[in-house]
Design a protein around this ligand. Structure first.
Ligand code: HEC
Length: 109
């Protein structure tokens, strides 16, 4: 028992210095955009910072496309832009919603 108590301060110290779970500067997906990504099934293949079937959103954003170009690529994918991935099937998203997703991607760092 006394041995156990000796470890108590150490445990408290470890708990206090546990790194924050998410760095504050990590980008997050706004709820309205997330709702669209769920609605049109994008979230099944794309995550913010984790490779799934498709590239992570931060990697797509790193290509520095314009919003117009993103909208084009979603409607008419060019798989040669992503060697090593299976080709994405053309996604049928109404213009307004697609523009919302594209604008979010353009501003994603
Ligand atoms: C079944 C899986 C799947 C779904 C669902 C999916 N994607 Fe993709 N996506 C991919 C893959 C794989 C790639 C990379 C290969 C390619 O572009 O063909 C990709 C690439 C992309 C790119 C990059 C295009 C380029 O040429 O650089 C964008 C933007 C994108 N997806 C957006 C979306 C959006 C928006 C949705 C939802 C409407 C969506 N994706 C749904 C798998 C998917």
């Amino acid at each position: 028992m006394t041995k156990l108590l000796a470890f108590l301060p150490l445990l408290i110290l470890l708990a206090a210095f546990k790194p924050a779970e998410q760095p504050a500067k990590d980008p997050t997906i706004p709820t309205d955009v997330q709702a669209l990504l769920d609605k049109y099934g994008c979230a099944a293949c794309h995550a913010l910072s984790r490779k799934l079937v498709g590239p992570m959103w931060t990697d797509v954003a790193a290509k520095k496309y314009s919003a117009k170009r993103i909208a084009q690529l979603v409607a008419k994918p060019e798989p040669s832009n992503w060697p090593g991935y299976v080709p994405m099937v053309a996604q049928n998203v109404p213009k307004e919603d697609l523009n919302k997703i594209a604008k979010w991607l353009v501003n994603l760092k």
